[in-house]
Design a protein around this ligand. Structure first.
Ligand code: PGA
Length: 233
């Protein structure tokens, strides 16, 4: 299983140090990666024995984009992975499928990309069409050689931070749909993870989902001991 923590705007440098003072004592064969704020990338890299990733990078290699982080900067700061198309970026920062595609075109050859897809509450009835459109647009022009660097995170927007989740059966159906869609259209077995209100209580059930490769975890990844419990649940 792969566990990606999405810390969003949480933690100061001091808190990052305190987290890894505890978390580094934990050993697992699973892959664990922390998506931290850009200002904390090198701090987290210094403290953590686990992978560190960026929550976002700019869609251009270099341009006049005040406030952005470039892929070159992210790599230099120790990022091993980058989140692309998280729904908070899509909705609050108006990132279109086309912008997300530009980011993947720029990054997939250089770094692991975790591509987030998922329906909003009002799109539930058309969830497969929505997810298929997001995948199809994101993957335009990507060299198949780099498909192996792309992990798909299925995150229903309505499940993020809400305490609500789809049932295991519903997650499984969507994961299978995504895997089949990608195999049929791109001839590649992509890894698919689930995110949205995963916690130490529900993760045990979700781990039984056949074909699921891991999780993207927000709130429940912030406490070192709690995250450890979730991973070992
Ligand atoms: P959550 O966040 O686990 O707090 O729902 C998940 C995410 O935003 O990726």
């Amino acid at each position: 299983m792969i566990y990606y923590a999405n810390w969003k705007l949480n933690k100061t440098s001091k808190e990052v140090g305190e987290f890894f003072d505890v978390f580094n004592n934990f050993t697992t064969k699973d892959k664990v990666c922390f998506f931290v704020s850009s200002t904390l990338l090198d701090v987290a890299k210094g403290y953590s024995k686990y992978y560190i990733g960026a929550q976002n990078v700019c869609y251009e290699k270099f341009c006049a984009e005040t406030g952005e982080l470039s892929i070159a900067q992210a790599l230099r700061l120790g990022a091993m992975s980058v989140l692309v198309g998280h729904s908070e970026r899509r909705i609050k920062f108006a990132e279109t499928d086309e912008v997300i595609n530009k980011k993947l075109q720029l990054c997939a050859s250089k770094i692991e990309c975790v591509l987030c897809v998922g329906e909003t509450l009002s799109e539930i009835a058309q969830k497969q069409e929505v997810v298929a459109r997001q995948l199809k647009t994101a993957l335009v022009g990507i060299n198949p050689e780099f498909y192996r660097n792309i992990i798909i995170a299925y995150e229903p927007v309505w499940a993020i931070g809400s305490g609500n989740t789809p049932t295991s059966k519903e997650i499984e159906e969507t994961v299978v749909f995504i895997k089949n869609f990608l195999f049929d259209n791109y001839n590649c077995n992509f890894k698919v993870i689930y995110g949205g209100s995963v916690n130490a209580s529900n993760v045990g059930e979700f781990k039984k989902i056949v074909n699921l490769d891991g999780f993207l975890i927000g709130g429940a990844s912030l406490d070192a001991r709690g995250f450890q419990v979730l991973i070992t649940a």
